[in-house]
Each structure stands twice: as C-alpha cells, then as structure tokens.
Design a protein around this ligand. Structure first.
Ligand code: NDP
Length: 290
C-alpha cells in the first residue's frame, strides 16, 4: 500500500518508521531535513511537495492541532484522489474533524480521527493505544494500517469521537498530576519523606500513572525530561473544556484543571514538559521540590 505521512515530530517520526516495514511510505515535513533523514535512515521516500503525498491509498497527519491539519488539508485538496483514506492521528478538535470529514467526503474520501496515547516511548515501541472515530468500514481500513504502530486499537464511534475521548482522558491525567503533586508537597511540608509518601500512595487507593511512573523521576531523582509538551496538554484540556461548554455540562473540575494548566503554560513557557506543572504547585506554596 502507498501511504503519505505528514508530520515527523516526536510521535510521527517513529510511527512513519513502523509503517515503512510493510508499506511504501512517502514522508513530508515542514522542516525538510527531518524528512531527508527519515528517508535516508528508514527507507521511506521524501515527498517533493505536498501533491506527492496526496497520491496515496492513505494519508496520515500527525500535527500539533486541528488548525495545522486544516491548513494542510486546504493545500492537499486539489491533489487528493477519490478513495484515499485520510487518517488524522493528531490530538485534535472533534468539531473541526467533523467539518474536515465533510469537506473530504465531498471529494470522495473517507476520514477517521485516530489520536494516540502511550507517549513517545509507545510510538518508538509500536505499543500505542489508538482511538478511532469514523464509519465501521473506515475503522477497519485504518486499523489494518495502524496495527503497525499500536497494540490496542479501539473504534470509539463516528467521526470526532476519537478526538473527544482523547482530550477527555488527557484531562483526567492532567487533574491527577495536579492533585497528586499538591498532596505529595503537603506530605513533604508535614515532614514526611517524599519516597515514603510515594510508597504509601502507590500501595494504596491514591495510586495512578502519575504517582507510579511520572512523578517519582521528577520529585525524587529531580530529573525533568521533556516527554510531552505542556503546550499540547494545555491544548487538549482546553478542547475538553470547550466541549463541556458546548454540551452545557457542569464540569467544575475540568474547568479548574484547564485554567491551572493554562496558567502553568504562561509561567513555564512553550518548551516545558507537562509534568513541570508540579513546579508551579510548589511555587504557589513559596517552595520548590529540591
Ligand atoms: P511535535 O511538536 O514533536 O511535532 C509536531 C509536528 O508538526 C512536526 O513535524 C512539525 O514540523 C509539524 N508542524 C508544526 N506546525 C506545523 C505547521 N504549521 N505546518 C506543518 N507542519 C507543522 O509534536 P508531537 O509529535 O509530540 O505531537 C503531535 C500530536 O500528537 C499532538 O497533537 C500531540 O498532542 C499528540 N500526542 C503527543 C504525544 C507525545 O508524548 N509527544 C502523545 C500522544 C499524543 P517541524 O518538524 O517543522 O517542526
């Protein structure tokens, strides 16, 4: 199968590599050098231009937000051919995806939103969980391609539902990271050793991915690697909050989490990792984790 892949960032780069094991993959990236390197190292083909990517059985986008996806779809539109499956793996906005799906349907293309979870390590090891919104037929077509990138592939519902559940699940994680940081800091201020506080949390009902895997490295080892941009996480939670607003849903925790992450982003800047919100929790208390 011929696959066009757009967006060789932290996630897209390894995903396109896995796809090249079974398919002819044509890669395009805004920064051309990354596409050149990918072609050189992983046997893919660098697209001459976007039209080159459009001439494929499936086109995959892995971009920061639905805004960039929309811009790319505008540019691709004159070159896309009937029957091509459009897979948007970006963590995007379900409203925009539904509009994009309509525009593509008018040209005879099916669209699925197929955001992923599992971080860069999941993309590197092809163990991602992939949640797909689209028709049952389009889901089956997408699954056959994306099985090379992920372990668990779930059909969530119609177009937009993959993007919806992705931002909701990331909001759960955001709120969990924040409250866990607050309580661990309070434990520290009460004179409890941070390792002991984590040991009890992880042996009890407060445990989570945050307490088991994410916070110990930062709070105990004082290492703050960049694994997922806070800017991306803030974007996901803002989309979730906007969906709640549209539904006239009462979601005060979600609203607060969104506000806290936006404040943290302003404070920490675009280059920060999402777990660095724990630094803001400490700063709000006039202290640090050191
Ligand atoms: P990165 O920032 O690493 O990569 C973004 C990619 O988009 C790059 O290829 C970049 O090109 C390209 N890009 C940015 N702006 C434009 C533009 N205006 N036009 C064309 N291309 C553009 O992001 P990630 O790979 O980390 O994330 C991609 C998506 O996956 C996001 O929606 C994110 O929320 C989601 N995600 C990320 C996870 C993670 O752990 N990183 C985990 C799960 C989901 P260039 O190389 O030129 O900068």
């Amino acid at each position: 199968m011929k696959i066009g892949f757009i967006g060789l960032g932290a996630m897209g780069y390894p995903m396109a590599r896995h796809l090249a094991k079974e398919h002819e993959v044509i890669v395009w990236n805004r920064t051309r050098e990354k596409a050149e390197r990918h072609a050189r190292e992983h046997g893919t083909k660098m697209a001459k231009d976007l039209a080159d990517v459009a001439n494929a059985d499936a086109v995959i986008t892995m971009l920061p937000t639905s805004k960039e996806v929309d811009e790319i779809v505008d540019k691709l539109m004159p070159h896309l051919k009937k029957g091509t499956l459009f897979i948007d793996a970006t963590s995007g906005d379900p409203n925009t995806s539904r509009e994009t799906a309509k525009r593509l349907a008018a040209r005879g293309l099916e669209f699925v939103d197929a955001p992923v979870t599992g971080a860069v390590v999941g993309a590197e090891n092809a163990t991602l969980t992939i949640m797909i919104g689209g028709s049952p037929e389009a889901f089956e077509r997408a699954k056959e391609i994306l099985r090379l990138c992920g372990k668990t592939i779930i059909h969530v519902g119609p177009v937009g539902s993959g993007h919806a559940i992705k931002v909701l699940t990331n909001s759960i994680m955001g709120a969990t990271v924040w409250i866990t940081s607050e309580c661990l800091l309070l434990a520290k201020q009460l004179g409890i050793d941070i390792k002991t506080a984590l040991a009890v949390t992880n042996a009890g009902s407060g445990r989570s991915n945050a307490s088991e895997n994410l916070l110990p490295k930062r709070l105990v080892e004082h290492q703050w690697p960049l694994v997922f941009k806070l800017a991306h996480h803030d974007k996901d939670i803002r989309i979730a909050a906007s969906l709640a607003h549209q539904q006239h849903a009462s979601t005060p925790m979600l609203a607060l989490t969104s506000q806290l992450f936006t404040a943290a982003l302003h404070e920490l800047g675009e280059g920060a990792d999402y777990i660095e919100v724990a630094k803001i929790v400490a700063k709000m208390n006039g202290t640090s984790w050191d």
